[in-house]
Design a binder for this molecule. Sequence first.
Ligand SMILES: [Cu+2]
Length: 553
Amino acid sequence: MSCDASQPPCAWGPPPPQPGPLRSPLRFAAAACAATAALVHTLVMEDHFESARYLGVLFALYALVCAGVALLLARRDTRVVWQIAAGSSLLAIAAYAWSRAVGLPQIDDDVGNWAEPLGIVALTAEGTLVALALGALRHWRAEGRLRGHSPVLAGTLALALGLSGTALAAGAPGGEHPARSAAMAGMPGMTADAQGADAHWAATQGAPFHSDGVTRTYYISADPVVWNYAPDGRNDTTGKPFDEVADTYVRSGPGRIGSSYLKCLYRGYTDASFTRLQPHPADEQYLGILGPVIRAEVGDTIKVVFRNTCPFPASVHPHGVFYEKDSEGAPYDDGTSGPDKSDDAVPTGGRHTYVWEVPERAGPGPGDGSSVMWMYHSHTDEVADTYAGLMGPMEITAQGMARPDGGPKDVDREFFELFSVMNENNSPFLHENLRRFAQAPYPNPDDEEFQESNLMHSINGYVFGNQPLVTMRRGERVRWYVMSMGTEVDLHTPHWHGNTVLVSGMRMDTVSLLPASMVVADMVPDDPGTWLFHCHVNDHLIAGMITRYRVLS
Ligand SMILES: [Cu+2]
């Protein structure tokens, strides 16, 4: 048969598309790229299901398509297989770019996250696959030059590259969104990988507690005590007599109570007979109105044998530790009855034994030092009880870190400081205090100036530097436990002159307190001298919330 050049198509014109094999020398390498893309998308499928269901479904479908393409490329070298390979990869690349540039429906936290390691591996595999497919479709043929095992070798190499790249990327720390990783890294004990998250949640506990430590018994009585906020009768921070501002709070006289008030305080006793007060050595006098320091180690059990001699019912309610309903110390409708109510309001002359367990979750967390602070206070009439003075500090030491008394053995000195505007107007003893300490004419209790005179801006129940000086040596490991109680005026900023502290890994010389917040601040003093330690809130500072500490060289 002859050929007429004027009648295309003919043997001399462009050849028609061939349905036969494309014979790309990199067929198996392309299959490896598809397999890599399938693997990467399988690895992140679950996360994407959690983010948005439709995205998880798309990831599953795409992983299936990739796996299919890999198999087909290895077995059937046809134009349509290469077209599917190129098309699906181009779609995936476009979706990736869209998710990073604009964001997908329901998901915008990937915007800007171009450096995700697994994403880069997938993009590389898909980009290579597109390039190989285009090459194969545009007649990039082996033409018999590549024979034997070369295509299989190329495929094996590409697969090895894809698998190792995927493994490296999956283990890379940057596998999360950078902003999310940074935010999580900011949380103590929190890392962005799954293992870190597991460790974080394990540290919050939840398992039943089995005590494997000792039982530490404290004998604590709520006793009526006359308390003087300024026993030295002068301003010890200035070394001078009280000025007019100080007199607002400390001077007694007609219609003014002064610096002494009848209060109800927690006091420690030596045993259940409650006949001998726990000795208060000179270096503990600074504790002032605070109840005895309760110390325990993780694993221990704390037992508080409580007696109430105050003229109103009281309780002991702890923070942080584990208690059952008979040891909570707070009356409310909690569905309990009988013995489970005996802790709520111990009447005058009554007793109750509180049992508190000390599981891991009551002790130091991943970002804490060797001990943490809690408090205990009466919660029968929470407001009146705490203004009466029924508050105390508690510290829990990490397992294996405790001295025999329960305090941390890596600390040389510990100080407990309560910053509170004691509102004596809300004390259950207000009328008794007026009768005992003020002179006639007696004021209307609603009188604003009278009320102001009863706001005792105190540290451990001391004002204007009257707290006994606490002393430490340069280079000692000093742990300060500071807390606040009260109402909206009780936002305090304890500030140390001369030295700095470390709080949760951050250096500061002023810490922030709100009512019932507790902060542990570690100091290794390097600056000997007598230094101010005061609340930095102006109103509080001028009203007497100021004391001093001394560092010996
Ligand atoms: Cu303050």
